[in-house]
Write a protein that binds this ligand. Structure first.
Ligand SMILES: Cc1cc2nc3c(=O)[nH]c(=O)nc-3n(C[C@H](O)[C@H](O)[C@H](O)COP(=O)(O)OP(=O)(O)OC[C@H]3O[C@@H](n4cnc5c(N)ncnc54)[C@H](O)[C@@H]3O)c2cc1C
Ligand SMILES: NC(=O)c1ccc[n+]([C@@H]2O[C@H](COP(=O)([O-])OP(=O)(O)OC[C@H]3O[C@@H](n4cnc5c(N)ncnc54)[C@H](OP(=O)(O)O)[C@@H]3O)[C@@H](O)[C@H]2O)c1
Ligand code: HEM
Length: 472
């Protein structure tokens, strides 16, 4: 693009060479990892690149086609300068301030931890070079991502700065490199952008803690009920059951509870909206945070369901199971006994397998539609139909599967070892509550009010007496 076609560059420092030829020349300070990757990407996208280095003649390798000069010479040749240097070494830029006057300086730096310095790196750079236009950008991308070009998961460039024209110039470059840009406002947002790369799975923390906590609780609960109880009462060591039998109880139980916890916040949100008579008041923070991590909760729950299915698949080949079947067959043969087919048991077992399979099929569908490449291809209505409506159906199938599995177990006192209920009963508590509350919300009179509230209708509260007296 010619200089005349770029109105935003008019009020900035003009390009070094009077008649800047195509392609546009950009400057990078620093020939390290990020500087090299960025330079290569810029060259591939049709820009010319000049590096400013402390050692122009002995610096490390730079991409083919790029020039290397001293910082001063390089700064003079371009209107946009990428500062690909660690913040600790910014000091020398203060002496270069006259050469950097009215240039766009792109600060790409990050820190090793939060609040390492009193001010954001980009604000520090602005203080060193008060007459330059500092823009914070590209710091959330790794050198690797820059070199390889944007991928689905890494397409976003966040930027902020005080000069609109400078931000437009950087936006144009980022767009030409294939990234989409999100403007986060003035330079005071720089600290927030610098903290982005330091975050470690922020939305996964709560679901992971929950999964870990539930797994640990149910493991020890079932270990006590099954293995320790048998040893204490019958002096029989059945600890080998920890590996498959116990695991195949803990995993589905945790999965079912976590699945229900994906849908509980939606129900609680509906109750809040009904109670308040408006959708315009913010939910409490804990509910907001819970709603935001439902995808992660759901995906972890799906992983646990997968484990349950895999463990179930190996049941017929287990030595213990084959031994038990053979022993009971031999015993029957010895006593010359046969057993009648119990169609109730056949119905029950087939039904709970079938519910499990249907539930698992829908579970996997929820997982597939949460992949960005799939969800991006769905309209909001389609996505919400699958996640919300089919999600409830998934919860229903899985809960029903567990009820059918339990069948009449709850009537038999032998299952309440040491007066504790079997694990599957505990796992049914949250899903049952969610399903019952959802059914109540679907009652026509409740559903009508909720729908009106969600369409923007608000219940006007009768003014209380104190307000009335103030008005009069
Ligand atoms: C394997 C798996 C994968 C998952 N992947 C995802 C995922 O990718 N993304 C995700 O978000 N969740 C995901 N989840 C979690 C869960 O499926 C969804 O959050 C689901 O949408 C929750 O449905 P809901 O009906 O409880 O709540 P919501 O869909 O939040 O909505 C509750 C009700 O409120 C309405 N509503 C919501 N917000 C508003 C509003 N602002 N104004 C008016 N009405 C509103 C809705 O129409 C709906 O009727 C996943 C779960 C699993 C098990
Ligand atoms: N690497 C990444 O994936 C990544 C991702 C996002 C952001 N960043 C940010 O990008 C910046 C550069 O990171 P990097 O990984 O490229 O670092 P690096 O490999 O250490 O390179 C930094 C470069 O800065 C120059 N330099 C070093 N000491 C200097 C000094 N005292 N004075 C002047 N220049 C000096 C050197 O270039 P010369 O020898 O040519 O002068 C050096 O190659 C950092 O602020 C980092 O936070 C990096
Ligand atoms: C292919 C699909 C599935 C099959 C074939 C299947 C099969 C089984 C079997 C055989 C059992 C009994 C295990 C035992 O004897 O200890 C069981 C129990 C159970 N299943 Fe499934 N299941 C499936 C999917 C699911 C899904 C998706 C969930 C939901 C999270 C689920 C939740 C449970 C629960 C909570 C139990 C009770 C665990 C216990 O306390 O013993 N199942 N299932």
């Amino acid at each position: 693009m010619s200089k005349e076609e770029k109105p935003e560059s008019m009020s900035l420092y003009p390009l070094g060479t009077a008649a800047a030829p195509e392609p546009e020349l950009l400057c990078i300070f620093g020939t390290g990892d990020l500087g090299r990757s960025l330079g290569q990407r810029l060259l591939q996208s049709g820009y010319k690149v000049v590096y400013g280095s402390r050692r122009p003649h002995s610096c490390g390798p730079v991409p083919q086609g790029a020039q290397v000069m001293s910082h001063t010479a390089a700064a003079q040749s371009a209107s946009v300068v990428f500062i690909c240097i660690q913040r600790e070494h910014y000091g020398f830029l203060e002496q270069l301030a006259p050469q950097l006057k009215r240039k766009v300086l792109v600060d790409v730096s990050n820190n090793l931890r939060k609040n390492l310095y009193p001010e954001a790196n980009a604000e520090y750079l602005q203080r060193l070079t008060p007459e330059a236009y500092v823009v914070k950008a590209f710091n959330t991308l790794s050198a690797w991502a820059l070199q390889n070009g944007p991928s689905d998961s890494n397409r976003q460039v966040y930027l902020c700065g005080n000069s609109t024209e400078a931000k437009e110039a950087v936006t144009e470059i980022a767009t030409r490199l294939g990234f989409s840009v999100q403007d986060r406002g003035s330079l005071s947002a720089a600290r927030e952008l610098e903290d982005f790369p330091l975050q470690l799975f922020p939305l996964w923390r709560l679901p992971l803690r929950l999964a870990f906590g539930l797994t640990a609780f149910f493991f020890f609960y079932l270990l006590t009920r099954d293995v320790i109880y048998t040893y204490a009462t019958q002096k029989k060591d059945i600890s080998f059951r920890i590996m498959v039998s116990l695991a195949n109880k803990v995993f589905p139980i945790v999965s079912l509870i976590m699945l229900a916890l994906c849908y509980l916040p939606g129900v609680i949100a509906a109750v809040f909206q009904l109670y308040r008579g408006t959708k315009y008041r913010r939910f409490p923070d804990w509910l907001d945070r819970w709603m935001l991590c439902r995808k992660q909760l759901g995906l972890l729950a799906l992983a646990f369901a997968f484990l349950h299915v895999l463990y179930t698949l190996i049941i017929p080949i287990r030595y213990y199971v084959r031994y038990k079947i053979a022993a009971s067959t031999i015993a029957k043969m010895k006593e010359n006994q046969t057993s009648e087919l119990d169609t109730t048991i056949a119905w029950r077992s087939d039904s709970y397998y079938s519910m499990g399979i249907l539930g698992f099929g829908l579970y996997v569908l929820l997982g597939i539609t949460s992949l960005p490449s799939v969800s991006n291809a769905l309209s909001w209505r389609e996505f919400s139909f699958i996640q919300s409506k089919l999600g409830y159906l998934t919860l229903f199938f899985c809960t029903f599967h567990t009820y059918l599995y339990g069948w009449d177990m709850f009537l038999r006192s032998s299952y309440y070892k040491w007066y504790t209920p079997p694990g599957y009963m505990l796992s049914l508590l949250v899903p049952s509550v969610v399903l019952v509350l959802k059914l109540l919300l679907l009652l026509p009179c409740v559903d009508r009010s909720l729908t009106r509230i969600r369409q923007g209708w608000e219940r006007t509260e009768p003014q209380d007496d104190s307000q009335k007296s103030l008005i009069t």
